[in-house]
Each structure stands twice: as structure tokens, then as C-alpha cells.
Design a protein. Structure first.
Length: 127
């Protein structure tokens, strides 16, 4: 037999109470139903609880990052793993999965900007 939803169970019990004229346990049934409803919602909310940590990046960090990117690109412009080499694993190892994804995305964005700056500088020197 298929699972009967809680609403259907309550409807069947109400129908049975009407037939039998038994109304003594109505308060208990309502409180049990409401408690189970709130417990389910509370457990869902607990699962959704999140903690956010922000890291502020100032210009000196940006300059140091650009220097690292320039060094990498000057050694080999066709580097296949620049993000791996630029990643700070002391920070990365402390992050959860979502934070790791955000960290890598921000690192890629910073790398692309620094790479554009590097190639602009090369074009200015040549041209």
C-alpha cells in the first residue's frame, strides 16, 4: 500500500472520530501534529545554517599576486597549471567545499586580470 500523507492520516482520524463521537484525544493529536511539523522545519533550518567568512584583499596583496603571475608567465607563457601554482594551500585546506569553489573562482578571475595586464605590458614594450 502506498504511503499515506500526514494530512490524509489526520483526515481519516477525524472521520473516524465523527463516526464514533470520540473527541477526547483531539488536543493531543493537534499538538503531536504541530510538534512533528515544527521539528521537521527546525531540522531543515539547522541543515541550512551557514557561516560566511570574508577575506579582505588590499593593493599590496594584489601587487604581490601580479608579481607572481608575471614571474610565472615570463618563465612559460603556456603554463598548464597556473592556478595550482598560485593557490595558497594553507588557506585552501581550511575551507569547506563551497568556499573552495569560490576561492578558485576568485583566483581565476584575479589570474585572468593579471595575465591581461602582463600581455598589455609586453605589447607596450614591443610597440
Amino acid at each position: 500500500m502506498a504511503k499515506i500523507s500526514e494530512f490524509k492520516k489526520l483526515a481519516l482520524m477525524a472521520k473516524q472520530r465523527l463516526k464514533e463521537g470520540n473527541y477526547k484525544d483531539v488536543k493531543n493529536l493537534k499538538s503531536n501534529f504541530l510538534n512533528s511539523y515544527y521539528y521537521k522545519n527546525i531540522s531543515s533550518i539547522k541543515k541550512m545554517n551557514a557561516e560566511l567568512n570574508f577575506v579582505l584583499i588590499n593593493n599590496s596583496d594584489n601587487d604581490n599576486f601580479n608579481k607572481k603571475v608575471f614571474e610565472l608567465l615570463s618563465q612559460n607563457e603556456d603554463n598548464f597549471t597556473p592556478i595550482r601554482e598560485l593557490c595558497d594551500y594553507s588557506i585552501y585546506s581550511k575551507l569547506n567545499e563551497t568556499e573552495k569553489q569560490n576561492y578558485i573562482l576568485r583566483l581565476c578571475e584575479k589570474y585572468n586580470k593579471a595575465k591581461e595586464l602582463y600581455f598589455k605590458n609586453i605589447q607596450e614594450k614591443i610597440g
